[in-house]
Design a protein around this ligand. Structure first.
Ligand code: BMA
Length: 329
């Protein structure tokens, strides 16, 4: 009998991958050619980071945070044959939107992309009298449509679940303030129609050490036989400012606001030169993960020092074991 697959999801045989180096003791290991996206991949960009990728037409597509040389925050679409070498549209995404009140694009950053039912939904931190969660969708990464903002300001890190839960669309978010928010818990919200979001539930608060100031969901949660695997960022306030690291948690499959396990140690912290040096030093900020169901291979895309984009790998069973063995809920 074939061993039971841990990931409840499809095969992605062309997932970017590199085996764990023999001498590596980390549960999440970096791609040796990091960063995969340099800051100047397109001529207008100051930096390309905190970006989201998905499988698309036997290859890959994504939505990228590109801060331009005016230092305005924009999001651009991109395509890749292998998930590593990217072509990013030099023009920012122009959302089609029937509602003039919300269609004025002040700024957009930290996108996430989720395939749900029949299309790719995009969420991003959207400027509307302060940061809130913008919602849109695309079928083809050429034409993008904007829907209503999910919440009132101020909110960041809107991350959808990849399927309806208990009959509703579901999203994690992190209520915040207008500035560099010195606090932040993860909440869960539900929607019957992608317009009205409610039934808000508290998921988790900051804890000790690397996740003591604030936390926020990262990639679209991965459905597994052990619950929803949520990779998230946590922030420590050092005497030199914020330090952004990554951790992981397992959430109850039917009531995802119930945290079953959560890592006390980080799984990746900014330690390489490209994570420690850049426009904002000491930032490792995950926004996407690809996953191959049968092998349990996971490729995590993360922003490095608010400047470039990196890739790291893990194996789902190994990560779940690590979360359970090192858990403090
Ligand atoms: C957060 C967001 C992220 C950024 C991080 C570190 O508030 O703005 O886009 O990576 O700060 O600067």
């Amino acid at each position: 009998m074939a061993p039971k697959q841990t990931v409840i999801g499809p095969a992605l045989p062309n997932i970017p991958w590199q085996d764990k180096p023999a001498n590596c003791r980390e549960v999440l290991w970096r791609y040796s050619e990091n960063p995969i996206i340099p800051r100047n991949l397109i001529s207008c960009s100051n930096s390309i980071f905190n970006s989201a990728v998905v499988p698309f037409e036997n290859a890959f597509a994504g939505v990228f945070r590109c801060d331009d040389k005016r230092r305005e925050m924009r999001i651009h679409s991109g395509k890749s044959p292998d998930g590593i070498n990217w072509q990013i549209d030099p023009e920012p995404i122009q959302f089609q939107c029937a509602e003039p009140e919300i269609s004025k694009f002040d700024y957009g950053y930290d996108p996430r992309v989720a395939w749900i039912e029949d299309r790719y939904y995009v969420t991003w931190c959207n400027g509307y009298h302060g940061p809130t969660i913008g919602v849109g969708y695309t079928y083809d990464f050429k034409e993008f449509h904007q829907l209503e903002n999910a919440y009132l300001p101020f909110n960041r890190n809107g991350v959808m679940f990849p399927r309806k839960i208990n009959g509703d669309f579901a999203m994690l978010s992190r209520p915040s303030d207008t500035g560099h928010t010195p606090f932040g818990d993860i909440f869960y919200s539900q929607s019957p129609d992608m317009c009205y979001w409610g039934k808000h539930r508290h998921v988790m608060s900051p804890k000790g050490g690397w996740q003591s100031t604030k936390i926020g969901a990262g990639p679209i949660p991965i459905e597994t036989t052990h619950g929803w695997l949520m990779i998230y960022h946590g922030v420590l306030t050092s005497c030199n400012g914020f330090v952004y690291s990554m951790g992981a948690a397992l959430l109850d499959i039917d009531r995802p606001w119930k945290v079953v396990y959560r890592t006390a140690p980080y799984i990746l912290a900014p330690q390489t030169p490209y994570e420690c040096v850049g426009d904002v030093p000491n930032v490792a900020f995950p926004c996407a993960a690809l996953c191959d169901g049968p092998t349990g291979r996971i490729a995590v895309y993360y922003g490095c020092a608010d400047t470039v984009t990196g890739l790291a790998f893990c194996q789902v069973d190994e990560l779940i074991d690590f979360v359970k063995l090192n858990s403090e809920v």
